[in-house]
Design a protein around this ligand. Structure first.
Ligand code: FES
Length: 153
């Protein structure tokens, strides 16, 4: 079946689709899917939570940047920062800064995280480099199976 026919079949007669960059969002009655440019189907949000464990789909547009070395994502819904540190290794940290708990002022460059609330700097291992924090970042255990990662918080 051609990709176009497959797409239309999945979309159904009541589908609404909108271009989101290079991806498509599809709403079919009670189900929602996203089909990435490689035609892989992922869930609407790209993650699920079971207890304290997140399962994250790297094919989802929100998380696909994590497939690339140096790519990082502030995953607010999960309260964490995710980063690809190379060699297909992804690390996860609490997005609560060890200094005073800022969660949304993170930058990542030169393999370091910086919390711009008061300029605390940490390595991509979560170790304090400089600034006012008195401890390292809280890290989470990550396992990876191709383009699915699980993060235990
Ligand atoms: Fe992050 Fe102060 S809260 S540096």
């Amino acid at each position: 079946m051609s990709n176009r026919r497959n797409f239309l079949k999945k979309a159904g007669s009541t589908a609404l689709f909108t271009s989101l960059g290079s991806s498509f969002f599809i709403s079919c009655d009670n189900t929602e899917e996203i089909i990435d440019p490689d035609n892989n189907t992922v869930s609407e949000n790209g993650f699920t939570l079971d207890g304290s464990t997140y399962t994250i789909e790297l094919d989802h547009p929100n998380f696909s940047i994590l497939k690339s070395s140096g790519g990082w994502y502030r995953f607010d819904e999960g309260g964490m920062l995710l980063v690809n540190v190379g060699q297909d290794i992804i690390r996860a940290f609490s997005n609560s800064c060890p200094h005073q708990g800022c969660r949304t002022s993170w930058k990542y460059s030169n393999e370091n995280f910086t919390c711009t609330c008061h300029n605390a700097v940490f390595t991509n291992l979560g170790e304090k480099v400089s600034g006012p924090a008195n401890s390292d970042m809280e890290s989470y255990t990550v396992s990876r199976d191709e383009n699915i990662i699980t993060v235990s918080t």
